[in-house]
Design a protein around this ligand. Structure first.
Ligand SMILES: [Zn+2]
Ligand SMILES: [Zn+2]
Length: 77
């Protein structure tokens, strides 16, 4: 039994995610996303896909990057 580090639920099918050398334990993907997924610096939505990044700033897509004034970014297709 492992305990989810986000909601504290003990669940026999909890899983571990290793990120940047640290192990995290979650009971569901929703908790993992809540904890680990970056959020778009313009609209604040969780980035589940690649997103686009300029310098240290990450956006959910080229649309948000453009709206935020970052030029020359295109979506991954
Ligand atoms: Zn959880
Ligand atoms: Zn966005």
């Amino acid at each position: 039994m492992s305990e989810c580090e986000v909601c504290g639920n003990s669940y026999e099918h909890a899983f571990q995610v290793r990120m940047n050398g640290q192990d995290h334990t979650f009971d569901c993907f929703e908790c993992a996303v809540h904890k680990l997924a970056p959020s778009c610096s313009r609209c604040g939505c969780r980035i589940m896909g690649h997103g686009v990044q300029q310098n240290q700033t990450i956006y959910c897509g080229a649309h948000c990057a453009r709206q935020a004034g970052a030029a020359g970014l295109a979506d991954h297709v």
